[in-house]
Design a binder for this molecule. Structure first.
Ligand SMILES: [Zn+2]
Length: 387
């Protein structure tokens, strides 16, 4: 009964993570991640429904405190203003003293929020949040809360590992993670769901490791039959991320896709990106790698100019949600480039729809993770070597 009550009270919360982590072994510091939740806005609407305190970042001197607050935060030449009141500080920390949360532009966040004025008088908001709280928000956006519990647990472990890995890598940066598809999608407190919250709680502190180090546990929506070697995309060359067959994602709604682009539009995009090309005459694939993804393709114009592009650059230029993967074939027809593709995402690590397929066949979270990260071990965060 107590458990049920607990889950109900935590339903609803959110955001991405970053973390100034200390992995000291003899103490158990709170593992925080720093998530960039807003970047480049001129003003942010702040709403605090309960008691709060506002400090300069890196100081305990209280600048403002009160029982509730609503109003705009803006960047000024001297620092920041809140409800037109000037604060001569370039960066502040907002702490809610109860569970009332911090609302920024209508989205609710747990933990603490830093608001930083950038050189161009734009604002950045960074949410400092315990990793487990961050995962409550992220998980709901990554997988359907209606999926079987074993796939939700596998996703919780992969997301926790990836976030903590990023936090270590970015320790000297302004933040650890961004709340967009390039890191993990952190929706904030408004998007928690019972099942995904439970998956986070059931896997508390569990992470994937390889030779005692945190694994960069990449994952993606659908691999369409074969996962990608991380070394083809990034400077990551690890046995658990070398790619392999996936027999479980055939029923993914993202298995096949088609995108048509007018050739004149493709020429415009290439020229906007610094290439020089005239009227496009042909587009052809030069090579694919072992996982069936495009390594290189060639675009030729009517005057004989030829451009060689990598599949990765081509996808990035046209937009990763338009060209959903680099696993595609091309055809030029009636002044258009027709891209026939398979799968969605970079293809590295766990295939989420494949993981769903495995769970539907009765596989456990552990079996799913061992399938997609062969050679990796599931351990707890306190067993990871300090770095
Ligand atoms: Zn797959």
């Amino acid at each position: 009964m107590k458990r049920i009550f607990y889950f109900i009270t935590v339903v609803s919360a959110v955001s991405l993570f970053m973390a100034p982590l200390s992995f000291s072994q003899d103490s158990a510091p709170e593992r925080l991640v720093r998530v960039c939740i807003i970047d480049g806005k001129e003003d942010i609407y702040l709403k605090l429904n309960g008691p709060y305190k506002i400090y300069p970042v890196n100081s305990d001197r209280v600048l403002i405190s009160g029982k509730r607050l609503r109003g705009e935060i803006r960047a000024t030449k001297e620092g920041l203003s809140i409800r037109k009141r000037d604060i001569k500080q370039p960066a502040i920390k907002i702490t809610a003293l109860t569970d009332a949360g911090i609302y920024l532009d209508g989205r609710r966040f747990r933990g603490e929020v830093d608001i930083v004025r950038k050189g161009d008088l734009k604002l950045m908001a960074i949410n400092r949040i315990p990793i487990e709280d961050y995962l409550y928000g992220v998980l709901y956006h990554e997988v359907s809360h209606r999926w079987p519990m074993e796939v939700l647990k596998a996703q919780a472990i992969a997301a926790r590992t990836f976030a903590l890995y990023q936090a270590r890598e970015n320790r000297n940066q302004e933040y650890d993670l961004r709340s967009d598809i390039y890191s993990q999608v952190y929706g904030g407190r408004t998007s928690e769901k019972w099942a995904t919250t439970r998956a986070v709680n059931l896997t508390k502190d569990k992470v994937l490791a390889y030779k005692g180090e945190l694994l960069p546990a990449y994952y993606h929506a659908t691999c369409a039959g074969y996962t990608e070697d991380a070394a083809n995309l990034w400077k990551v060359d690890l046995p658990p991320l070398k790619g392999g067959a996936c027999d479980y994602c055939r029923h993914s709604p993202h298995y096949r896709w088609t995108k048509e682009i007018q050739l004149w539009k493709l020429a415009d995009i290439l020229n906007e990106n610094g290439y020089k090309i005239g009227k496009i005459e042909s587009v052809g694939i030069i090579s694919k790698n072992r996982s069936g993804r495009v390594e290189k393709l060639e675009v030729k114009d009517a005057s004989g100019v030829s451009l060689i592009l990598t599949g990765k650059d081509f996808r990035q230029m046209l937009g990763p949600n338009e060209i959903r993967s680099t696993k595609f074939d091309v055809l030029v027809k009636w002044g258009q480039l027709v891209v026939d593709g398979l799968g969605w995402g970079h293809g590295v690590g766990m295939c989420q729809w494949g993981a769903y397929g495995m769970a539907k066949k009765g596989k456990s979270a552990e079996e799913i993770l061992k399938y997609y990260y062969p050679g990796a071990e599931i351990t707890t965060i306190d067993k990871i070597k300090p770095k």
